[in-house]
Write a protein that binds this ligand. Structure first.
Ligand SMILES: C[S@@+](CC[C@H](N)C(=O)[O-])C[C@H]1O[C@@H](n2cnc3c(N)ncnc32)[C@H](O)[C@@H]1O
Length: 293
């Protein structure tokens, strides 16, 4: 079955990469003119929301980005994780930052072909390429074919090294059924490595309901991407149950308390991050690209 075309989401990567750049989390080579225009436009929405006592999107984005970084860096520093696959990495600076900071880390960034080609070109032009940093075409929704996750990473990663998959800003654009299938796909792939960690942002109805004006923020993101932005879970317990159903074995759901030392502002409380682990099936054969063992 052909994966659906989700390229309508790609322009959002220009906006988020500009947010990372503006906040010292990325390189100027990954900041685009399109991103600066989106940033100015979303800044107006953010200021209007704040003036009415509502949340701002930028603190929410920064909260999830820092939470993912912190959990990931702890796992790298403890030696559990030595390889990272960021699915739908867009123009994020995480791959550049972490491969510079951790000298043995291997980092694979996947995105739809147009976006990954653009990123590779930008990194090459700025002299930021590294043999440990792979920027490749990948479709998060494909089980088969050259862009399927299992197929792409099989050529690059070592099975005896702990591996993390990261998604940031991707799941809200997919309905709950698609997210469940994608998480199960991640579990199958991760179980082929010495240790497997998944990190991804998530949003719950209880927090969104508690922060006045946050539905407006969701509507503005839906308008931006010309499609629905989904709220998948009632609360953290519901999200944990979905992680269990997908096949993860241990999980923690992080919230802004994990970055309480950062002064992020109103809106940060909307973001949560799922940290979910699978145990290696090293004794079993690696799954093939269709996901069947
Ligand atoms: C909101 S952006 C997030 C980019 C990056 N993770 C960040 O936080 O800056 C969403 C990204 O998802 C990518 N994307 C959309 N559909 C995808 C798919 N089916 N497979 C892989 N990437 C996809 C888009 O091209 C875009 O780069």
């Amino acid at each position: 079955m052909t994966a659906p075309d989700t390229s309508r989401i790609s322009p959002t990567a220009h906006y988020t990469s500009y947010v990372w750049y503006r906040n010292g989390l990325s390189h100027p080579a990954l900041a685009t003119t399109t991103g600066s225009l989106f940033y100015a436009g979303m800044g107006l929405v953010d200021r209007a929301s704040a003036a009415c006592g509502g949340p701002r999107i930028e603190p929410m984005l920064l909260c999830r980005h820092h939470l993912i970084d912190r959990v990931l860096e702890r796992a790298i520093e403890s030696g559990e994780i030595g390889q990272v696959v960021e699915v739908a990495a867009g123009l994020s600076g995480r791959g550049v930052r972490l491969t510079r900071r951790h000298e043995h880390l291997r980092f694979v960034e996947g995105d739809l072909p147009g976006m990954s080609a653009q990123k590779r070109e930008r990194l090459e032009r700025a002299g930021l390429s590294s043999p440990r940093h792979h920027v490749v075409p990948m479709n998060a929704l494909a089980d088969l074919g050259e862009h399927a996750l299992a197929q792409v990473v099989d050529d690059i990663l070592e099975p005896d090294v702990g591996t993390a998959i990261v998604t940031e800003g991707l799941t809200p654009y997919f309905d709950p059924g698609i997210v469940g299938q994608m998480w199960r796909r991640f579990v199958r792939v991760l179980s082929g490595y010495r240790a497997g960690l998944y990190l991804g942002d998530l949003y719950t109805r209880d927090t969104i309901g508690q922060v006045p004006g946050s539905r407006l923020a969701l509507l503005s993101m839906s308008a931006f991407t010309r499609g629905s932005v989904h709220l998948h879970f009632d609360d953290a317990k519901d999200a944990a149950e979905a992680a269990r159903a997908a096949g993860f074995e241990r999980w923690t759901i992080h919230d802004r308390s994990g970055v309480a030392d950062l002064d992020l502002g109103r809106g940060a409380g909307l973001a949560r991050v799922l940290e979910a682990w699978v145990t290696s099936r090293a004794a079993n054969p690696r799954p093939d690209s269709a996901g069947t063992p």
